[in-house]
Design a protein. Structure first.
Length: 462
């Protein structure tokens, strides 16, 4: 154990070489996110990684960006197909992300970017989509920083036993609402604490955890960082949590709504813009009329809100996502903003250097690269076009009937995205067409399924 403690959290290639020579690291995971936010890639013997993969990368089949959850190569994508032979793309390690994977024995991990055979970036890839928005912010003189609140449910069932039970009669780790509840949190600390400590020791700086508004529901809080690092940390958090839970014979889920009777799980985005040096929050200050927040803050909020409905599918990517948007559930149903009000979609919190916008629309099932791409593209457009937000809302947004609404179904959100001229301008037509086909495939596969609800309702009495 003493040798493992000497391995730095974030690694240079030289750090990795020394750790390999000392026998402290034996395996390197070279990974990239797919459209679900899952990590795909390969496990390499660490010495082999150093001898060539670290500098030259490796190949993977391009169907990984054109398949569904079941790894079905879905027809209809322009990017790749049976007609094109399902060739390879090239996975290039981003050395800046090389780190120890502390929850795994003698293992390191690196995120990869995807390029084609001519070394051109795969523009539809989720990580690339966010990198482009980061580049645009930099061109405008800004650095985007973000923090995330990622919620999950913890179960006493294992993934294997849950599957055998058909995901029915699952036992949550807690039996009552545990929002901020320290006693129940202590009972869950053997797994939740293990997740938080492992992430913090893997270069995903964490603030901590808290009980949430559901039995067995916990929230994991990551520290503020550059937005691309934040998205990397979010996918690593979900991946590590599942592996750590599985090793303890337990299960966690990041479904937006795993049970219609219980609170959903969210990915609350906290976002602000900083100067190029990253030492001054440009949202801080006062707008005309004595409103706390600079003009840049106001316009960014205006743009984010103006495009929220047409970009909702980037924050809520599945049929299940929309079952979370229920009245009096702490999940938003309207596109409104307020100062420290949890009934709206956009909650402004902090002051001075900590002033930021919290978007409560994304669920825990969101692909963070896509959700943060949508946020950043919309907000930067707000600055470019000087889009004013509506007046701040006061009161219970669930009861307000005149506010713009978050799309109520995946089908509605998909069609809003498909017809969005702004999305095509911000992300490119190739990405929008690809992602719309991905979403329509999700909708089609759900529409074809016969659910337990239908059987219970119609088997005998229908």
């Amino acid at each position: 154990m003493a040798a493992e403690k000497s391995v730095p959290v974030r690694l240079t290639e030289e750090d990795l070489a020394r750790s390999v020579e000392a026998g402290e690291i034996e395996t390197v995971l070279a990974v990239f996110p797919d459209f679900y936010g899952r990590l795909m890639g390969k496990r390499f013997v660490a010495r082999f990684f150093l001898e060539g993969v670290s500098s030259h990368g490796f190949h993977a089949c391009d169907y990984l960006l054109a398949c569904d959850m079941e790894m079905d190569p879905v027809p209809g994508y322009a990017f790749t197909s049976w007609e094109k032979g399902y060739g390879d793309f090239h996975c290039v390690p981003d050395g800046r992300t090389l780190r120890r994977a502390a929850w795994l024995e003698k293992t390191a991990l690196v995120m990869c970017d995807l390029v084609d055979s001519h070394s051109r970036a795969i523009e539809i890839a989720p990580r690339r989509l966010l990198a482009r928005q980061v580049e645009r912010a930099r061109e405008m003189g800004f650095r985007a920083k973000a923090g995330s609140e990622l919620e999950m449910y913890l179960f006493r069932d294992s993934y294997e036993s849950a599957r055998r039970k058909g995901y029915r009669d699952l036992e949550t780790f807690g039996s009552y609402i545990e929002d901020y509840h320290i006693l129940q949190g202590t009972r869950e600390e053997p797994i939740v604490g293990a997740i938080v400590r492992a992430l913090d020791a893997s270069g995903v700086p964490m603030e901590g955890s808290k009980g949430e508004w559901g039995p067995g529901q916990q929230e994991l809080n990551s520290r503020f960082s550059d937005v691309l690092d934040q998205a990397d940390g979010n996918v690593l958090t979900k991946h590590a949590a599942k592996e750590i839970a599985g090793r303890q014979g337990l299960a966690v889920t990041f479904m937006a709504k795993w049970n219609e009777r219980l609170a959903g799980s969210s990915l609350h985005q906290h976002l602000s813009l900083w100067n190029e040096a990253g030492d001054e929050n440009v949202f801080a200050g006062w707008s005309a009329g004595g409103v706390e927040g600079s003009d840049l803050f106001r316009w960014f909020l205006g743009g984010w809100m103006a495009h929220a409905e047409e970009l909702a599918a980037l924050a809520a990517p599945s049929v299940n996502s929309y079952k979370r948007f229920q009245s009096a559930s702490f999940a938003p149903t309207s596109v409104a903003w307020s100062r420290d009000n949890r009934t709206v979609g956009f909650r402004v919190v902090g002051q001075g250097e900590s002033l930021r916008i919290e978007c409560r629309i994304p669920g825990a099932d969101a692909n963070p690269y896509l959700a943060y791409s949508a946020a950043l593209a919309a907000g930067l457009d707000g600055i470019s076009m000087r889009i004013e937000p509506p007046p701040a809302f006061d009161g219970d947004a669930y009861a307000a009937k005149s506010l713009p609404r978050v799309p109520g179904t995946l089908r509605e959100a998909t069609e809003r995205l498909a017809s969005s001229l702004f999305a095509r301008e911000a992300f490119g037509a190739d990405f929008v067409d690809h992602y719309v086909h991905f979403l329509r495939t999700e909708q089609r596969k759900f529409d074809e399924a016969v659910t337990d609800w239908e059987k219970a309702r119609f088997f005998e009495r229908g």
